[in-house]
Design a protein around this ligand. Sequence first.
Ligand code: BES
Ligand code: MN
Ligand code: ZN
Length: 497
Amino acid sequence: MLDIAFAKPALPKSGALVLLLEEGAAAGSPTAALLDAADAATDGAVSRALAAAEFKGRRDQTVTVLAPGAGLSRVVAVGLGKLDGIAARHLEDAGGHAAAALAREAAAAVSTAGLTGAQAAHVAMGLALRSYRFDRYRTAEKPQDKPKLGKATVLTAELPKARDAWGGLKAVAEGVFLSRDLVSEPANVLNPAEMAERCRKLQSLGLKVEVFGPKEMTKLGFGALMGVAMGSANEPRMVVMTWNGAGAAKGRTKAKPLAFVGKGVTFDTGGISIKPAGGMEDMKWDMGGAGTVVGLMAALAGRKAKVDAIGLVGLVENMPSGSAQRPGDVVKTYSGQTVEVINTDAEGRLVLADVLWYCQQKYDPRFMIDLATLTGAMIVALGHEYAGFFSNDDGLAQQLHDAGTVTGEAVWRMPLGEAYDRQIKSDIADMKNIGGRPGGAITAAQFIQRFVNAKPWVHMDVAGTVWRSKDAPTIPKGATAFGVRLLDRLVAEHYEG
Ligand code: BES
Ligand code: MN
Ligand code: ZN
């Protein structure tokens, strides 16, 4: 992780300087304090360059001025837009733009003049998030091709407040990085057993981690999850991560925990209903929902959230082989309901069915939120900007939507209904695992709803948002960890204390 420090505002004598400037900020205005100082030291060179580049301070506007004088190697101006109504996501985006412009610098000072200490911490968050890189498997990269930025000093007048807020945000950033690492790993490295081992490492943060193997899950009666796992030489796992932060803090009687459940298909070939070759490599990130749950649990534990929460992930590999399940097979789920497996590529819902039923039976949670790269249909509906979600609880749905607006991990509610549910009627079993092309993301959600036992519940289909093919301000292209910031915010805003 990028080394972040906080210091009192002062014009650096050398190196790089970032100025975060409000839209339309004239000389002498609060966010321009260090711009004025830089101008004084460079005979107005910085302001002249910004004027020539037509820099206005609009959101996402970034201008780099090279070697303006006074020993500075570069000055990067980043627009904040209007400060009125500025959200965490805008501050993080500004930090992200700055980090991108600083790739050729080893260190930089970042002015947050005019912002509060807490806002400065969000700028630091953006700097850190954009600096993420997964380079474990690059052995021949030349040093001059690697991004250099190793340290950022965030300048703020409110030092204690900034450091305090950064303490919590840093833990969230670490959760994001863990999630991105897991999702980026190729499937020959990250199989279910390996992912379970990485979950086990979270014990060092104070999480309780339990791992279930095929014997335990068969004994419990996880016929749906085990059916998916049957075709693979790699054994399945279920991991339960428990964070007890509320009771410990207050010594009060146990509240119902919040539950987060993730689809962790470490590779999805489709099974016997095999996928076409083109793009199949993407299916290494079919464990993205589970990756988010693991990152979220790390974030909650890392910042010692005052909440009781559990994270459950169902980890399987979906492969075709002589021992794989066949289209037409009927499996018995842990709930007792039977499923006709029409298409072995609709495997995520089979995995979630058993894990969700187990979750509500064993823990009686306050709510369950599941995350899954569940359907291509979700990508057709919403593209890569919003994750679609489904819920049986209007209050929870509103809270989630609002957390999306603040964090920038945007979510859009989709409908549920009896007519959709009828699409998954089977002639031979209690249901079938696909509902045809119309409303494919919705019939998948209907399937899952049959395993939540009327508990307050959200299903997030993150198929379009766990991976990006181009850079975003706080997300280098690749694994996004979508949902970690969103759900951390949801918990912090409504369920802590
Ligand atoms: N993991 C896929 C969904 C997916 C597809 C995610 C493409 C991201 C990109 C899921 O297991 C799947 O294969 N779903 C099928 C369901 C169908 C058989 C009803 C799909 O969406 O095609
Ligand atoms: Mn599939
Ligand atoms: Zn899948």
